[in-house]
Design a protein around this ligand. Structure first.
Ligand code: MG
Length: 310
C-alpha cells in the first residue's frame, strides 16, 4: 500500500512549492472501486472521511483508525459535494433530488435548499459554510444533463448560479455570471471567495478557471476577476491551506496555486481528480478523489478548518 504508485509524484514548478512537501512522503492509494469520486469531507471527531461516488449513487467512508472503507449512505441521491458546518454536521449537494441537505446530529435530514423563486434548482454541485452559518453553493446543470449522475431534465431556472442560504433560511443569488459554477472555497480569513467555472465542458473555448471575489461584511460579492486558468483540464473542487494557497483538482493531479494565483507545483495522480480536502488530526493530510480511487498524501501545510480554529 505504501510503495510508490505508478504515475504519482510531485512536480515543483516554483521553488516555494518545496516548503509544502515532506521529502519522503508519498502519495498513497487508499481505496479503489468507484466510478466518479467527488465531495470529500473530513470528520475530525470520528477520524473518518466521507466522499461521494456519484454514478454509483452512494457515499463511502474511509476510517483513518484502521484504513477500512465502508458504505455510509446508499442511495445517496447521487450526492456530489460535501462539507461540514460549524457544528460538524454534514452538508451535502444531491443531484437526483436537486437539493442541498444537512444531516442532523440524530441522523435526520433537513432540506436547506431545493428551489429558487419557485423553480427547482438544477443540481447543486459543491458547498461551503461560512463562519456566520451561511451556506454557499453552486448549481451547474451536470446532474440533469444526462441520466448518469442524476435524472435528465430541463433546467427550470435556465441558468447556473451561485447561491447563499442565510441562517434564516432565506436564499439569494450571489453570482449570476458563471457558465458552470463548480468548486468554491473561502480564503482563510473569509475576505475572499474563490469559485471555479468549468464551462469548458460544454462550451467550446468556455471557462476553465477559478475566479476571485471580495466578500463584503453584508456577504455581497465584488470583483470576480480570473484568478487562475487551468493548464491541465479543469479546476473542479479545491480547498485552501492556512497559508492562503489553493489546492485544486485538475486532469493530471492536484495543482497548488500561490495566493497570487501562480501555479507553484503539482501532486501528480494517475487519474482525473475531481476534488480534495484536508484531513487527519492536524489537517496536514490531503485526501484526493481521483475518478475511481481515493488517494492521500501528507504535506507540510495545514488545511483551513471548516469548523473554525486551526
Ligand atoms: Mg464539483
Amino acid at each position: 500500500m505504501f510503495g510508490m504508485i505508478e504515475g504519482t509524484g510531485f512536480e515543483v514548478i516554483d521553488p516555494s512549492f518545496n516548503e509544502c512537501l515532506i521529502g519522503h512522503a508519498r502519495v498513497e492509494r487508499l481505496w479503489t472501486g468507484a466510478r466518479w469520486s467527488e465531495g470529500p469531507v473530513w470528520f475530525a471527531a470520528g477520524r473518518y472521511l466521507l466522499w461521494s461516488d456519484i454514478p454509483n449513487n452512494r457515499m463511502l467512508r474511509f476510517d483513518e483508525t484502521d484504513g477500512s472503507v465502508s458504505r455510509f449512505r446508499q442511495p445517496s441521491n447521487n450526492s456530489n459535494g460535501n462539507t461540514v458546518d460549524r457544528e460538524s454536521r454534514l452538508v451535502t449537494c444531491e443531484h437526483l433530488t436537486r437539493r442541498v441537505t444537512r444531516t442532523e446530529h440524530d441522523g435526520s435530514i433537513t432540506v436547506i435548499a431545493d428551489s429558487f423563486d419557485g423553480k427547482r434548482l438544477n443540481s447543486p454541485n459543491d458547498v461551503v459554510v461560512k463562519s456566520d452559518g451561511s451556506i454557499w453553493f453552486t448549481d451547474p446543470s451536470y446532474g440533469i444533463l444526462m441520466d448518469y449522475e442524476g435524472d435528465r431534465a430541463e433546467s427550470e431556472i435556465g441558468a447556473c448560479h451561485v447561491y447563499r442560504v442565510d441562517p434564516t433560511g432565506e436564499i439569494s443569488i450571489v453570482a449570476d455570471d458563471y457558465v458552470k459554477p463548480n468548486g468554491l472555497a473561502f480564503s482563510p480569513d473569509e475576505s475572499e471567495l474563490y469559485i471555479a467555472d468549468t464551462g469548458a465542458t460544454h462550451t467550446s473555448g468556455g471557462p476553465a478557471h477559478i475566479r476571485k471575489h471580495k466578500v463584503a461584511d453584508d456577504n455581497s460579492l465584488s470583483g470576480g476577476d480570473v484568478f487562475a486558468d487551468c493548464t491541465a483540464g479543469l479546476f473542479d473542487g479545491f480547498r485552501c491551506d492556512t497559508g492562503g494557497r489553493i489546492w485544486t483538482s485538475a486532469a493530471d493531479g492536484v495543482h497548488c496555486l500561490a495566493p497570487d494565483g501562480m501555479l507553484i507545483g503539482k501532486v501528480l495522480i494517475p487519474e482525473l481528480v475531481g476534488n480534495v480536502c484536508f484531513g487527519g488530526p492536524k489537517l496536514n493530510r490531503l485526501f484526493i478523489c481521483g475518478t475511481t480511487s481515493l488517494y492521500s498524501v501528507f504535506l507540510n501545510v495545514n488545511g483551513v478548518s471548516p469548523v473554525g480554529g486551526v
